[in-house]
Design a protein around this ligand. Structure first.
Ligand SMILES: [Zn+2]
Ligand SMILES: [Zn+2]
Length: 290
């Protein structure tokens, strides 16, 4: 439930100059204002499932884009039913959008890949929850040619030569000297990944999809001791999320989607200290540099 200082789910992700939004709970636009996120930068929206706490901010955002003079197309990914939801709201409210809106319904029963660019890809995979639900893994991979500092001095490389080598060229100097880029540079690989798993029951079958991600956001609706309630409502506890994170070898677990029964989130912080992995307490406005 929205409450003082606590909003339903929505996350903003930026990989290089590409930006996306993951879920769009009620109040997401207010938080975009509070945290200086420019709506128009969002190229794609990824909806996990159609429970209101993940999607009730979406109609408002789509309407606001008219006022923000959005020109770029917008693509929304989500489970089956999302097209009907958005189209019905547009129809009964008389909304029309001054930009190109595409809604792509994903098969929530199996994993797949969305290629955004040669560097960015998104894996979607099934989560087990009360209605069709999808998890997302965001991958960023970049290879670049990195010139060794010692080589710059050794060969007396000029700025023009450095630029040429960085583009993957070999050099032939005026005196006929050949310098291959491999002689002076290494391939630098930048690899970043982030996975979003909400909402879901404790489910070990997601592990292959989230293996070794740098950061895993996994819902922690309840504290330990509430496993029966969690299973009954198809949510997870902190301990269950941690177990999955450890088994998947993730860099860090980000918690969130706390039940409103916990008035103060300090209890999650205290419980997290006992866990055998790096846990970051998810909170409003938390910003993580991948
Ligand atoms: Zn849900
Ligand atoms: Zn939820």
């Amino acid at each position: 439930m929205p409450s003082r200082g606590r909003f339903p789910s929505s996350q903003f992700i930026q990989l290089s100059d590409w930006c996306g939004l993951i879920d769009c709970g009620e109040g997401a636009q207010i938080q975009m204002n509070n945290f200086h996120i420019k709506r128009n930068k969002i190229k794609h929206i990824f909806i996990s499932h159609l429970h209101g706490d993940h999607v009730f901010g979406l109609p408002g955002l789509l309407g606001s884009y008219n006022h923000f003079n959005r020109k770029d197309p917008l693509i929304i990914y989500g489970p089956s039913g999302i097209k009907k939801m958005i189209d019905t709201i547009a129809e009964v409210s008389g909304a029309h959008y001054n930009y190109q809106l595409e809604i792509i319904e994903l098969d929530h029963s199996q994993a797949g890949c969305i290629a955004i660019s040669d560097k960015i890809s998104i894996i979607h995979f099934p989560l087990k929850h009360r209605i069709p639900t999808i998890g997302y893994r965001f991958n960023y991979n970049e290879e670049s040619i990195n010139i060794r500092k010692s080589s710059i001095e050794e060969y007396g490389l000029s700025i023009e030569e450095i630029k040429s080598i960085k583009s993957g060229n070999n050099l032939i100097r005026h005196d006929g000297e050949k310098i291959t880029w491999k002689a002076v540079a290494d391939i630098k690989v930048i690899s970043k990944s982030y996975a979003y798993c909400s909402d879901t029951i404790y489910d070990l079958t997601i592990i292959p999809h989230i293996q070794s991600v740098d950061y895993l956001y996994h819902e922690t609706t309840y504290l330990d001791g509430m496993e029966l309630e969690a299973a009954d409502r198809m949510h997870a506890t902190l301990g269950q999320a941690a177990d999955i994170a450890v088994k998947a070898g993730v860099g860090a677990l980000i918690t969130g989607h706390y039940s409103s029964r916990y008035a103060n989130l300090k209890v999650f912080g205290e419980a997290a200290k006992e866990l055998p992995l790096n846990v970051i307490l998810g909170r409003e406005g938390l910003q993580i540099d991948l």
